[in-house]
Design a protein around this ligand. Sequence first.
Ligand SMILES: Cc1cc2nc3c(=O)[nH]c(=O)nc-3n(C[C@H](O)[C@H](O)[C@H](O)COP(=O)(O)OP(=O)(O)OC[C@H]3O[C@@H](n4cnc5c(N)ncnc54)[C@H](O)[C@@H]3O)c2cc1C
Length: 508
Amino acid sequence: MHQAHQPTRRQFILQMSALGVLGLSSFAKEFDNTAEKYDLIVVGAGSAGMPCAITAAEQGAKVLVIEKSDRVGGTLHLSAGHLSAGGTRRQKAMGIDDSPQKHYEDVMRICRHTADPDLVRLAVYEAPHTIDWLEELGFPFAPDTPKIVYGHVPYQIPRTYWGIEAARSILQTLMPLWEKYLASGNITLKLQHQLTDLLVKKDRVVGIRAYHNGKKLDFFANNTVLCTGGYASNPDFFARVHPTHSRLLSTAALTSTGEGIIIAQRIGANFRGAEKHLGSLGGIELEPGSGRVDFWNAWAMVFTPKYRPPREIYVNAQGERFMNEDELNPDVRERLVAQQPEEKFWLIFDDASIDDGEIIIRAWKGEQIRAAAKEEKFIWQANSLQELATKTGLPAQSLIRTVEAYNQAVRTKNDPHFGRTTLTHAIAQPPFYAMLSYTSSLITFGGLQVNAHLQVINTKGKPIEGLYAAGEILGAGATSGNAFCGGMALTPAISFGRILGKKLAKRN
Ligand SMILES: Cc1cc2nc3c(=O)[nH]c(=O)nc-3n(C[C@H](O)[C@H](O)[C@H](O)COP(=O)(O)OP(=O)(O)OC[C@H]3O[C@@H](n4cnc5c(N)ncnc54)[C@H](O)[C@@H]3O)c2cc1C
């Protein structure tokens, strides 16, 4: 195994000029005595990067992990942490008959065959090993999992697992191993080091350049794995790759800025899959214009009626209903909202319905809704529908007509236009409310093209030697297609990280 070491200045210059990474003179100018050589460089210590580094370290490799933030974990700190796998020990123990092949067929059914079949196959065949591995490490499963989950189009078999503390349970499960390999020296962690360049010699990636404390530092390895996540916190890049899409509203980690993608593109990597983008339902922009929504603290229960039957109607910018609010299929719901201008809609309801059951914003109290309405940022309140229309900019006559037609449907228990059957609450008792909700991004769908070995592919269709990628940097569209397939972002991130850790621990 190749040991990480600090070469002397002379050794380093000879080594680097032999590599041809930089011209000797420019290299000498930039040399700052920090160049180190590793078996493997992993960029990004998140959901994919940590398992990748741990698995390589387990095999005895010397791994350098570069992480731009001041802590490890990435999106594991805020993901819901739903994992999916067919054929796990846990399913067998619970008498659930499942297999990777059944999982594959379910994923392809849900996404209508829009995902990359090779990558889905790789992901679902590795997934049970990932879940079994987490179980061996003491993962605290939520007791009743695996379950069928209805927030996305449901799988046909209970195969969705999560921890008692969402994705933080995954991070907590990984930490003892992480610390073990930090202590053994198999993992070297450089926090607050930001990847800025990939170093290429004769078409092979031989290392990376990172910024740290205003300095450029170069590191070299046999192979490099990019695990830098998606781009849902980079509005400029999002606008560039989704030119026809409305403004980005995001609840992703602030570190999800797509740098790994942008840097790999500079050396010819192919970006694909942006057309698979689909927004999630439930986003509320608490601060208008901020572009941020908050999955954990202010999420509207509009993604499925299964967990909360609607007491509101949804209207578009014309003040008209555009869907059956109790449509059961989340995919149908998402696409109907995506067809509305700016992918937004208003929920219209009256005061009586606010606290008559679960509140429309998950984990909120009715009084919070009423208080927020007074601030008039994302909820408006008025004593008449006419006044509500004036405040929100919705066309008054249309809004009034829409509410009257809906109230008539409640009275007659018949919704002739949309077929809604949850007709329990008329919008009759002022004050009336309008709450604005947008489709939002938890994940991004475009990403680096890789082959079935997870090698990054260039725009000419050839693998870039020495460069691999795992996690959301591949684009959620790779493993979930143009749809949300439960657990098919996070589980492949961990699984692909592990596959690469195992494979690249060995020197080429
Ligand atoms: C609220 C929320 C809920 C979700 N729920 C689910 C779910 O239930 N199931 C599911 O399958 N998926 C879910 N997802 C998506 C899933 O969690 C992510 O796709 C996955 O965690 C991404 O893993 P990753 O390793 O690719 O990126 P991350 O975990 O984000 O790790 C990337 C790391 O790279 C670092 N980095 C970035 N750029 C650089 C750079 N230039 N230099 C050095 N380091 C860098 C970052 O700081 C970060 O630590 C959810 C996402 C969100 C936001």
